[in-house]
Design a protein. Structure first.
Length: 94
């Protein structure tokens, strides 16, 4: 039970750190496919199925900076996770 909980917590820590980066990469890829400009300087129009998604792409693109800010927090969470895992392993908790 403890191993499963620790595995789930590890996946959540990594997902919470990586999600903004993945969204930023997806926004960049979509903008590239649609031939739109995407940068953190300003919102640029980008038409998809007749709707302007430029503001959404801009928001997702700027989320990439959140993953950079989140590196120290993710590192701290991983250190705490590793300590708890080591203690549980030493005690022989399954």
């Amino acid at each position: 039970m403890a191993r499963r909980l620790m595995s789930i917590s590890l996946v959540l820590i990594l997902l919470l750190w990586a999600a903004p980066l993945l969204l930023a990469l997806a926004a960049g890829g979509l903008a590239s496919v649609l031939g739109c400009e995407l940068n953190e300087g300003s919102i640029h129009p980008c038409i998809l199925f007749g709707s302007d998604i430029g503001k959404t792409l801009y928001t997702f693109g700027v989320l990439g900076w959140l993953s950079i800010i989140g590196i120290p927090f993710a590192a701290l969470a991983l250190i705490v996770w590793a300590i708890i895992t080591a203690v549980l392993n030493r005690r022989g908790v399954d």
